[in-house]
Design a protein around this ligand. Sequence first.
Ligand SMILES: Cc1ncc(COP(=O)(O)O)c(C=O)c1O
Length: 403
Amino acid sequence: MNGPARRNHAPGFATRAIHHGFDRTGAQGALIPPIYMTSTYAFEHAAESEAVAAGELLRPLYGREENPTQSVLEARLANLEGAEACVVFASGMGAVGSLMLSLLSQGDEVVVHRTVYSNTLALTEDALPRFGIKVVPVDLSDPANLDPVLSRATRMVYFETPVNPTAEVLDIAAIAGRARAAGAMVVVDSTYASPALQRPLEHGAHLVLHALTKYINGHGDLLGGAVLGDAAMVERLRRHGLRYITGATMSPMSAFLVLRGTKTLGLRMERHGQTAQRIAEMLAGHGAVARRVRYPFLPSDPGYPAARRQMANGSGMLSFSLLSGNDGADRFMDRLRLVLRAVSLGDAETLIMRPGALLRGALRADPAAHLAGGVDEPTMRLSVGLEDAEDLLDDLSQALDGA
Ligand SMILES: Cc1ncc(COP(=O)(O)O)c(C=O)c1O
């Protein structure tokens, strides 16, 4: 970077999101980081490659663990999150799986909030127990619920905030304080917020996870994941998780595209939040809308006090349901003209889905058990995009009137 942007101030979030991590002197002054499409690296002498393999010389050895385009992205994300280090993955689930399988062992216990992204739920319910890892689901909306389940075997406490798909907010500092006192590692999936709105490490988390697929890339054209935090733990995820446990390496092309996405992250999150706030208020006051509209920055939301402590603003994610139940929800979704019926979130396009209906196929056990975990069937998840707020309000209103 060409010197500080503001006299006596550290560069702000937007400045770092555009500049941090890329040294143009090694790239002939290119404005934009090059894409290194290479699977391996050649050495002048055998001794050099041996020194790299032994960790005595810092240079990439093989593309499954390192790539220069990825390294720029990792440096930038670590800076934005306030983390010592970052490792990126081929998808968000690549990050979740690599994290759990690298840091947990047979006999360990992991406490997981009762509601998490459906495939994280599948991993913890179906896969981890097969490896002798005990999963303890707990309602962390009251952090005191942790106390009776924490034991010497508790290795990790894992949760999302805001939670997918409910948008409920969990109190990071209160949960982390209890978990740390018991010697457990605290991992927060912060995908719903991005570092522009929330930085869990500042509130006591050891590691933060993101599906880069969502807000951080923001353009719906790739999959990616990241884990950030303590340098030794991140190194373990790279040297064990990436190298030989999952091999879930992000492609250099995707790393390049995510870098492009980071530049507008702050701007996008501001707009997502402004429009989502208006939509949440409209829904909360609409006669066809049944249960509580969940949006962290509605003062009536139970998560509002914690959201104000740990988030700068709301993102584009909210959940709600209609008085007319499942059938009404499907009629409502079918009437939408601008809002798209699609899974995923965090894109420029506004997307809607009904997780309770889609979960049925994805999960092994009785759907009622999952739905009891905080996701009732009529609940819809809305990912508010970047279209004009008036156009979205019009589309949602006309669809509500007919449902
Ligand atoms: C909160 C959260 N974590 C992790 C993931 C997994 O990310 P990916 O789809 O990139 O594997 C998702 C995907 O929707 C998510 O919403």
